[in-house]
Design a protein around this ligand. Sequence first.
Ligand SMILES: Cc1ncc(C[n+]2csc(CCOP(=O)(O)OP(=O)(O)O)c2C)c(N)n1
Length: 383
Amino acid sequence: MPPVAPAPQAPVQLLSPAGVRRSQPTGEHEHPDVEEYAALVAEVGAEQLRARYRDMALVRRFDVEATALQRQGELALWASCTGQEAAQIGAGHGLARHDHVFPTYREHGLAWVRGVDPLQVLQLYRGASHGGWDPAAHAFHVYTLVIGAQLPHATGYAMGIQRDGLVGTGDRGRDTAVMACFGDGASSQGEVNESLSWAAVFSAPVVFFCQNNGWAISAPASRQSAAPLHARAAGFGMPGVQVDGNDVLAVEAVVRAAGDRARSGAGPTLVEAVTYRVNAHTTSDDAGRYRTREEEESWVAKDPLTRVEAHLRATDGADDAFFAAVREESDELGARVRRGVREMTDPAPTSMFDHAYAAEHPLVASERAWLETWLATEPEEAR
Ligand SMILES: Cc1ncc(C[n+]2csc(CCOP(=O)(O)OP(=O)(O)O)c2C)c(N)n1
């Protein structure tokens, strides 16, 4: 019997956990295309790496504050992205500004790169908004809590782009790709697999971006797939690339290549960023019930921020003053987030009808009228 899964290959890595930058293959057990990917981010020098570090540090601080705010009863729930900053900041910088992103509920780093204010993200987790930001203004769609539900949307949107003639024209300012985000757990959803199949058959310009963070709540990735997730791509008829998801540089390179391919009209790519959800699934979960401390510590040792810091320090790309300035900026962000959340006001109860349909709808109008009457006549009960 031939082997059922391809021989394991190391993920694409351009910055080692010790902070050493690579541009050439150095050993046997590694990705064969390291050189090509390194060339795609050759222009990412010290200045850009400082910017990536700053992005990751601010997003982490935002995450820490949001977790604390949930504990203080200011947010209903929080889904932490600590540990996944490189995957998200790298992906954000690998895309073109006008590409469209369809996130799940943990994409705070991608939201940050897309210019969504952290307080807009928190509106959703406080229950003060159904969305929080204008998807068109940021080319970043609203969060989806239903696992995998955004993948058919992303694929359909990409096919629309294709039909609008925004793919394969050779005009970099015009050709557009779509990024569809999902997790290892979501890879088991029918909709995700249907989207992969459909996008491949129609050469839709999609970058399927899977953050394999090891766990789907308490179910390990090994219970979701018997084959490495990126290896599934071949069965759908598209390339699949596994990348070190804690390496911001490698993720940027791999997403850039996948985005270029999508925009050129060559079709979708499945990118599997191998990373780790350092905190519990959400603030409602206790990861200590299903994970070992050793596992958690082994991933903390591969922290995405420390490797960029190590690299910048070793190459004189940044000094103490830079890291102190980022810490100061983080403190300011933390204070702004705390203040902003406490100042959020509850939306009017009838606002839930405002954006249900683009035009007036008789059913929505009658339900709104009923609620208005009830609020006016039974204010005590309605509270
Ligand atoms: C259709 C659907 N089924 C089940 C759930 C409950 N649920 C919420 S998160 C989650 C696990 C998702 O894991 P993964 O896709 O790996 O993403 P992660 O949260 O690890 O980033 C599940 C099963 C849901 N939200 N939607």
